[in-house]
Design a binder for this molecule. Structure first.
Ligand SMILES: [Zn+2]
Length: 100
């Protein structure tokens, strides 16, 4: 195998890895979008069910318990990024809000 052919093969491989990396990033963003949409729909569904049962404040759990649950399911409850997925771990804004 000549050296130039070997170099070309490695270059092609590098290009394909770059493309795959880009696709992976797109898929990851789609997963985040779907998780956020799912969380919004769960909350909307809870609110609608509570309204149907004549309890506009929510189900049997209090608003604060709901916020803790949403936070522990991995979503922001702070007004900076409310409803979006916490991809960076703990959020100081959320924690400050929960401790009010
Ligand atoms: Zn937050």
């Amino acid at each position: 195998m000549d050296k130039q052919s070997l170099f070309m093969q490695v270059s092609n491989l590098e290009e394909r890895i770059g493309e795959l990396y880009g696709e992976l990033g797109n898929l990851k963003q789609k997963i985040v979008d779907l998780l956020e949409e799912n969380q919004r729909l769960i909350l909307e569904n809870q609110q609608l069910q509570a309204q149907l049962q004549g309890n506009p404040e929510g189900t049997s759990t209090s608003g604060r318990e709901n916020l803790w649950r949403i936070y522990h399911e991995g979503f922001h409850i702070c007004n900076v990024k409310y409803g979006s997925l916490r991809t960076e771990g703990e959020c100081l804004f959320c924690l400050a809000f929960l401790q009010k």
